[in-house]
Design a protein around this ligand. Structure first.
Ligand code: ADP
Ligand code: ZN
Length: 213
């Protein structure tokens, strides 16, 4: 089973993906996490994508597709995409890659959250430097203000969760990613979930949609 999570930055894709990958035995593919890892390790790829990430702009399609094809070449589990595809070109690239391996996209889940809500969430988001756990200082604060409940490492504000960059990312989503909704709505395995509720309810709904796929 190959699944795509769609939605605004801050709609909860990463949070949901972690739960669902575990539950369904899928391989969680987060292009954002891949690029941040490369950046942290200062690899040539990391250096190439640094400027795009800090500006909240998209990494060029060709590069994104290349990186994924390399990383996924030997993966045999079902794939759970989080943050990819982000443009129609990427979606087409994914379709032809899956097709060449006699696979397809089995479900697309659009996590619907109003833009005003995601803007607020991104501003309130903190990420654990150690284990990657995501907190919301408004609705899901950690027990201690700047330490992770799980691993006690420091919580940080992601570089691209700063106000100017948030505005840019939302704009990029509207311009380049929202057209994907029409692309996938036409495909017959499109599902929509109300992402404005607590993460457990959202996860339960999505799990229901994926059962039997
Ligand atoms: P969010 O969904 O919260 O914006 P991500 O972690 O998915 O965050 O992505 C962070 C950044 O990584 C994006 O703003 C972009 O620069 C880059 N990126 C991630 N995935 C893609 C992609 N599929 N195509 C192009 N750029 C991407
Ligand atoms: Zn942690």
């Amino acid at each position: 089973m190959n699944v795509i999570l769609l939605g605004y930055p801050g709609s909860g894709k990463g949070t949901q993906a972690k739960v669902l990958a575990q539950k369904f035995g899928l391989f969680h593919v987060s292009t954002g996490d891949i690029f941040r890892e490369e950046l942290a390790k200062k690899t040539p790829l990391g250096q190439e994508v640094a400027g795009y990430l800090s500006a909240g702009r998209l990494v060029p399609d060709k590069l994104v597709l290349e990186v994924l094809k390399t990383r996924l070449a030997t993966e045999t589990r079902g794939l759970l995409f989080d943050g990819f595809p982000r443009t129609v070109e990427q979606a087409e690239g994914l379709d032809s890659w899956l097709d060449s391996r006699s696979m397809a996209v089995d479900a697309v889940i659009f996590i619907n959250v109003p833009e005003a809500e995601v803007a607020k969430r991104l501003g309130d988001r903190r990420t654990c430097l150690g284990c990657g756990k995501i907190y919301n200082m408004g609705t899901r604060p950690p027990a201690k203000a700047d330490a992770c409940d799980v691993c006690a490492k420091k919580l940080i504000t992601r570089e691209d969760d700063k106000p100017e960059v948030i505005i840019r990312r939302l704009q990029v989503y509207r311009d380049q990613t929202e057209p994907l909704l029409a692309y996938y709505r036409a495909s017959g395995n499109f599902n929509e979930v109300d992402g404005g509720r607590n993460p457990e309810s959202v996860a339960a709904d999505i799990a229901g949609m994926l059962k039997g796929k």
